[in-house]
Design a protein around this ligand. Structure first.
Ligand SMILES: [Zn+2]
Length: 51
């Protein structure tokens, strides 16, 4: 009854991606974005600034 193996996968640090913090200028929502085209996940506005 050895419970080794299994599809555990590697819990690598997913949070260490190159995300930046942005703030939506329309609704004030703060979120993390990745890539060039950043839009607010709350109101879908492209009117965001990096913070
Ligand atoms: Zn917004």
């Amino acid at each position: 009854m050895c419970s080794t193996g299994g599809p555990m996968g590697e819990n690598l640090d997913v949070k260490k991606l190159k995300t930046k913090k942005y703030r939506c200028l329309d609704c004030g929502n703060e979120f993390k974005g990745l890539g060039r085209k950043i839009i607010c996940p709350s109101c879908q506005s492209p009117n965001v600034e990096e913070i």
